[in-house]
Design a protein around this ligand. Structure first.
Ligand code: MV4
Length: 671
């Protein structure tokens, strides 16, 4: 086995590869960009080397630098992870030239699968089923339309060089063909520099089913069964599972053998995935082959009990595949949910910032390389490249973690997933956790009524109108606030503490004002023996604090116990209860006194980004609210305004500068 490998990636996949390397006694070398100097993947590797600025083009995509680092550190092999250089044939070739093993397929196999039409021609020869269509060289518009007429409408035009859903056009009838072809070719040349298209029969409710294959350098090739990845949004996978619901043994063998034939046709070595598009009746067609380890590989690991990264390392070292086809079996059912820093309510806009609070369900009964998980009551695995306190930056994919669960069957796995999502708490940025929970609990997903349009078709169920905060939720926030005031004791400047003698006699009434987007809830509070009386909208309730351990609270509202976690971040209370997350703004009557003085001199970047405009000069006197500078982050502009009337004493950055979250942007003195 190799004694040292370099991991040319970041985030969860770099950590994932490092953990297998560690288990096998193989040393790992991390590479990192300026944005990742304190990243988890750097911490979990044995050595680390900086390779450049934050933008991937200047760091994780610098093939030359990475190979140089491999040579300098004595790494015998490079694992590219997914994305970045993983499917770059020039990189694979450059590794080979440098005498370093590329932990992936030969460059020739990457190349063969890179062009859709060329790959389809190869697959046709290898008897791999293809969607009825035309993928030849003749690009004459009349000829292509004749082909479409022959196939029968609707047809789908696809850019040959395309991928990820770009450069596709559905054509419903012959009269629409020419216009769609022109528009498809325009997009193809703009996006890929190549306007070659292919024409296919359009499948109206397809499923995405992919087969994991593995080949060694001795000519062995096996399939590790299928994954169903039909639940996607804009061609991004959201949920993945293995095995595919409804799969028969016969169909599984047919798809597995077709995938192996596809791999053999291109001289494949290592881990690969053959993607099929399947009709509801189970008929399936080759779409493309991904020549790397995939994000969703853990569901395959969960049902086979194998460590695919271990297999990759063994194959790259020249060992034969650890198992033969007959020795491979499926145990139970696994689901994966991709937890993203994004806002489903705002069109899934990526959300950047710091993970101020991160509580995850406990990873249980799962250990890589421990063989089958069958027989366990449940297994939960979390693959993540970030920890509490880390930031999701605008430079890379905003995935926070992959949550993977296993159960004896699909129903059990679903129950575990639902519960694990209920326990997943993030404060600091928006996430898709609540959306994922609704999705796994939705009728179509829980009944395995799957196809690639599931999310769009069930929009109303998946995006319900938010309900106003209940007294239970407001009670948790209030109890957290009131009980921390009590434990904080008599701070000299706390008027409530100064009147603590009043608390027990119930004479003191105050109003806590909580707000959500669009609503405010004035909660009146008075102390009574062993608790409080809460009033909201004319009704009144008795609340008692049953238990408090840090952020975990148990309260009783009119005798009914309510359990939850309350995380306070400045004036925002995050209440986690019943598997849901409520965000309440607290209008603190004390916090804003003397604010203009307090805020003077520390105008900071709310998120990492770039300075795009300076609107004032040094020494300028401005009025409260005057725009001072504009930052760009996540392709959006954010204006930083004067917090009070005052003077700009210094500008600390120039236009074009990159700034970190929390960095002081200018020195400001309130008048
Ligand atoms: C299709 C199709 C229907 N009919 N081809 C989308 C990405 C690209 N890799 C292939 N894709 C599709 N090809 C035919 N002939 C529907 C899709 C498709 C899709 C496929 C897999 C997963 C998600 C998808 C979402 C929309 C469309």
């Amino acid at each position: 086995m190799f004694t040292k490998i370099l991991i040319a990636n970041r985030g969860e996949i770099a950590c994932r590869v490092a953990s297998t390397a560690h288990r096998l006694g193989v040393k790992s070398v991390a590479v990192y960009s300026e944005a990742d100097a304190n990243a988890k993947h750097v911490a979990v590797c044995d050595e680390s080397v900086a390779i450049g600025p934050a933008p991937a083009k200047e760091s994780y995509l610098r093939a030359d630098k990475i190979i140089e680092v491999a040579k300098a550190t004595g790494a015998q092999a490079i694992h590219p992870g997914y994305g970045f250089l993983s499917e770059n044939e020039d990189f694979a070739e450059a590794c080979a030239k440098a005498g370093i093993a590329f932990i992936g397929p030969p460059a020739s196999a990457i190349r063969a699968m890179g062009s859709k039409s060329a790959a389809k021609a190869l697959m046709e020869k290898a008897n791999v089923p293809l969607v009825p269509g035309y993928h030849g060289d003749n690009q004459d518009a009349d000829f292509l339309r004749e082909q479409a007429d022959k196939i029968g409408y609707p047809v789908l035009l696809k850019a040959s060089a395309g991928g990820g859903g770009k450069g596709m056009r559905i054509v419903e009838k012959s009269e629409d063909f020419k216009a769609a072809l022109e528009s498809c070719k325009r997009e193809a040349i703009n996006s890929f520099g190549d306007d070659k298209v292919l024409v296919e029969k359009y499948l109206t409710r397809p499923r995405h089913i992919e087969i994991q294959v593995f080949a060694d350098t001795q000519g062995n090739c096996v399939y590790l069964f299928e994954r169903d990845c039909s639940v996607q949004r804009r061609h991004q996978k959201v949920l993945e599972e293995a095995p595919a619901p409804g799969m028969t043994e016969e169909r599984r063998r047919a798809m597995g053998e077709a995938a192996v034939a596809a791999a053999k046709a291109v001289g494949y070595v290592g881990a690969g995935t053959v993607e099929f598009i399947a009709n509801q009746d189970g008929s399936f067609y080759f779409m493309e082959m991904n020549t790397r380890l995939q994000v969703e590989h853990p569901v395959t690991e969960m049902i086979t009990g194998l460590d695919l990264v271990e297999w990759q390392l063994r194959v790259a070292f020249g060992e034969p595949l650890p198992k033969k086809q007959e020795e491979l079996t499926i145990h139970g059912h696994a689901l994966e949910a991709r937890i993203y820093a994004e806002n489903p309510e705002k069109g899934f806009l990526p959300s950047i910032g710091t993970l101020r609070h991160l509580h995850t369900p406990p990873a249980v009964n799962f250990e890589l390389g421990q063989g089958s998980v069958a027989g366990n009551p449940a297994a939960i695995r979390i693959d993540s490249g970030v920890r509490e306190g880390d930031a999701i930056s605008p430079f890379y994919d905003p995935m926070i973690a992959k949550l993977i669960v296993w159960g004896n069957d699909r129903e059990e796995a679903l129950a575990h997933m639902s519960q694990a999502l209920a326990e997943y708490q993030v404060v600091g940025l928006a996430t898709n956790v609540a959306f994922l929970k609704r999705l796994v609990e939705s009728r179509p997903f829980s009944q395995a009524d799957l196809d690639t349009g599931l999310i769009e078709r069930n929009h109303d169920e998946l995006f319900p109108t938010p309900q106003p905060a209940s007294l239970q939720i407001l009670g948790l926030a209030a109890a957290s606030l009131l009980s921390s005031e009590q434990t904080a004791g008599a701070a000299a400047n706390d008027p409530w503490a100064n009147t603590s003698g009043w608390r027990m006699n119930g004479a003191l009434l105050r109003t806590l004002e909580f707000g959500e987007e669009g609503s405010t809830y004035p909660v009146s509070v008075s102390y009574r023996e062993n608790g409080w009386t809460l009033g909201l909208n004319g009704a009144s309730s008795v609340m008692t604090l049953v238990e408090r351990q840090g952020q975990h609270l148990v309260i009783k509202v009119d005798g009914t116990a309510v359990r939850g976690t309350v995380v306070r971040a400045a004036d925002v209370f995050h209440v986690f209860t019943g598997g849901a997350h409520y965000v309440l703004n607290y209008n603190d009557p004390l916090a804003h006194a003397g604010e203009s003085e307090a805020e003077g001199g520390r105008l900071t970047a709310p998120m990492p980004g770039k300075i795009v405009a300076l609107l004032v000069e040094k020494g300028k006197t401005v009025e409260k609210g005057a725009p001072l500078l504009i930052m760009e982050a996540m392709k959006m502009e954010h204006t930083i305004a004067a917090p009070a009337n005052g003077t700009v004493e210094d500008l600390l950055y120039a236009v074009g500068d990159q700034v970190a979250e929390g960095a002081q942007l200018l020195a400001f003195k309130a008048a």
